[in-house]
Design a protein around this ligand. Sequence first.
Ligand code: ZN
Length: 367
Amino acid sequence: MRNDRLLWSARLGSNSLTPMDAFDRIVGHETPKRLFRAALGTDRLAHAYLFEGPDGVGKMTFALAVARSILCERPVESLACEACRGCRRVDSRQHSDLILVARDPGSRQLKVDAIRELQAQLSLKAMEAGARVALLDDADRLGVSAGNSLLKLLEEPPDRTHLFLLTSNRPNVLTTLVSRCQVVRFAPLAPEQVRQVLDLQTEHATESLDAAANLSEGSPGQALAHLNDGWFELRDWLFDEFLAGRGDPLQRAARLSERVRAPIPGEKKKVAPLEEQRKRLEGALRLLLSVFRDVRLAQADVPVDRWLHRDREDRIVDLAEACDPTWVESLPELATEWLAALAGNVTPELVGERLSLDFQIALAPRI
Ligand SMILES: [Zn+2]
């Protein structure tokens, strides 16, 4: 009988074949794997975990692997069999004992109603497996009443319930919540590991995969987003237009704003929602920062193979020659101000204008 459970993988440096388990399919994250293999194996799972790590690093993928192991109908040594109905329904996120809590698209915070709904669901008996798993994304985006409701749940967790809170911004998670969770850290992956994930999941050309892996800051999700959401195109626009120092800074700010406000493909509204605009501008800003990290390396004669944007070596060299090193050094601090303004009440449009003017001052006289 052929079954996914019988997938075998040859361990490097050994002639013996060992079966793949639910976690073997995940690239990297060895410490969390050890932790959960042990906890699942000894039936000592905590009621609540906080998974912290960069966006797209694999926290949700990992949480779903744990959820499969908890809700599997035929576990193999306490881990998911990856073949039963339970495992398949977790994968398609349709298992009735798997509860997913996330922000509404376009909303900055997780609403208290979502937490109340979670409470209500957890007060009912488990439907199928006897255990229940709740995955709550963006645990840093809880308002006061949502946070309090969740705290109440963590203080008196229903039987056989396991909550997984996910965050890419742990300092913003309420400390009372953190103290009730076992914290599991997901570190950025090495570029080769990101590349491995991309190889499994996409069919883009090799050069794009290399560049995406290098530029992903250790996050496969970010690399995939880069490949699919016009990120490379934005980067080249920033290199060739925004940073070219030509023309009126306000006109460039207007073009930046146009990109940021462009409607979401397939949606009716003519302008993207403010939250989406903020996300896009923040993306552009982080991209600019990564470009200038390379400029700084170039100014310090660090070899090209250590640069992120090495495929745009010529432009980095131009910018390194043109920019005052003191200004380049002060850029991260400046960017912190822009990001704080963006996270506050300043409109993306105004932040974009400020940004264009600052870059104009740094670049215009020389490029
Ligand atoms: Zn299973």
